[in-house]
Design a binder for this molecule. Sequence first.
Ligand code: ADP
Ligand code: MG
Length: 700
Amino acid sequence: MQDLVTEKWEDFLKRYYWHETIDLSNSYPERRSLLVKFADLDIYDPAMAEMLLDDPDVIIESATRALREMDIPTGVTLDEANLRIVKLPMKVAIRDIRSNDIGKLVSIEGLVSKATEVRPRIVEAAFECPFCHHIFSLLQAGTQFKEPYECPQEDGGCGRKAQRFILRADKSRFVNAQKVRLQESPEELRGGELPQALDVDLEDDIAGEVAPGDRIIVTGILRSYQRVTQYGKKLFFDIYLDGTALELKEEEFEEIVITEDDEQRIMALKEQPDVYERLIRSIAPSIYGYEEIKEAMVLQLFSGIAKQLPDETRVRGDIHVLLVGDPGVAKSQLLTYLVNLAPRGLYTGGKSSSSAGLTAAAVRDEFGDGRWTLEAGALVLADKGIAAVDEIDKMKKEDRDALHEAMEQQTVSIAKAGIMARLNSRCALLAAANPIGGRFNTYEPISKQINMPPTLLSRFDLIYTMIDRPNEERDTRTAEHIIETHYAGELLARYEHRGKFEEESRERFREQVEAMKPVIPEDLLRKYVAWSKRNIFPVMSETAKQKFMEFYIGLRRQGYEDVEAPVPITARQLEALIRLGEARARARLSDTVTSEDAAQVIKVVTTCLKQVFVDPETGKLDVDWVAAGTTKTRRDRARSIKELIKELEKEYGEDVPLDELLNLAEEEGMERDKVEEIIEAMKRDGILYSPESGVIKFVR
Ligand code: ADP
Ligand code: MG
């Protein structure tokens, strides 16, 4: 029966894969896999295709033998070639794998979350007898290394028993092996489910082909092994996939199918004169207000253009946004909303539970069986998508360092213990942070309040502060909005429970739901974004270029006229502007960044600069306020306060009375509470301290 199957395969390969086989023989053994599409086999012989799924071990073995023994006109024997079956008709979700799948050929799609380094695994060990020096081999399968007890007489050995036989690596056969962990893609998870994972063994030429963060489809044979604990063997089995073929999923958004019908709806939407406003109003309609943040989120969804500049440097197109603010202002809600909307969105906390954190880690644990494992963190897993990181202020120190590269170059480099790897993190980051003291302090620069270095802050294209100050009008409207949304939710819950509406609530409910619905249905919005990102690559119009130029130079001028003046804006912000302009053009499905796009994103950036970069003391724009954690006025003040203290030391010694200092500062024209504030800041920074109340002293 085996031989029959092998013959059949030979016939199949000759009729369907003759070209490919000859091609392969020309580049053999560098290339040594023949990829066979399941559908072709199904056309050739449906019964054999069916058998392949049910009993893959036998069928693939016959197929491989057919390939390896085939007479090929090039004269090459493909004696170590592999036959790999790809494109199975059905994919199994990791969480749907059941015991009857064991031993079957299945295709599984997912995201590579970890991968070990590629190391040779011994498949046939050669041993030398210590007495007669006979060399013989022993096949290695399973998890434990098998060693001989005696020199085998049947193949010409002396038959003596020995404690130790000499392993001859030079005569042994090895195969490259890698183990990866595949986890369910975030977009397949519903409502905060944790992703499930499956380990996959990859051998020979498919080892080392994937890196953490890659999205792949693996075809393979599902196998099981018995769980063993310190108390012995258990009744339960663990499963893993013996990978036989790999396909990389390159294109982003390919998950989203756009039909001709959809395309018509997309075009109809594009024709609406207020399409941009509609997009903004479609973001998180249950959250009241925050139009400017929702606009930033729209721009983030579409993103600018990732470019290769003529000198080979790569500039990111992804837009990074940071929300800093008081607790309970809907930061987390906004993040979750965007993640659910965005294709390939991923939500995580800054203090994520995995050792890989936000970037990546190299670890050596049982997963790798002695090999090092590279583990992808959130930004790598979100490659080509959007990563929402909540409470980013709580991230690990290593992440804080690695995030610089991950955000700007969009790669994560790991160099540790022989592992040298560079993973991609081409994603947009939407981060939220809570100030250290719990509440936001408008007089303190952000970088101090959220424990994030200024260098990292400057990598965000847009930063928003969300301050919860009582304001009767706004509070009333927010409260109304929240109460009405909850009311609609209550009505819906009751309806679902009873199966019918009470007469008076039906109308109410319809109104509520209408008011709460996104202007553009989510499904259409997703397709609209995907279509735009696939098809729209806008370029700046002359007028747009000019507008950006004027804005940038206009703000920089502050610095030309007065060298002592604060730096109002840097080239980073100019790049951000261009990106945002491209994103806005994409949002309108336009091939040109028009002067209107330019004007609008200048407004977006200005709003953000005003919130974050204005020195609260002078009201002037000053990126140092964020970038260096201090402003020029404050630096000057601190300097003069130091001088005043030194002045007073002449009279009072090292213990300077606070009152005297405040009086003197007031005489010099400084406001009393500003001075008190700066003294507090200097105490926090370890420049001053109070040996007793009412007295200050330099830390020396
Ligand atoms: P944060 O992450 O900023 O601490 P959350 O996102 O957890 O806040 O929000 C707290 C709750 O308050 C959420 O249930 C949210 O829906 C609600 N909430 C806060 N502000 C608004 C708003 N402007 N509109 C609607 N709901 C709001
Ligand atoms: Mg929160």
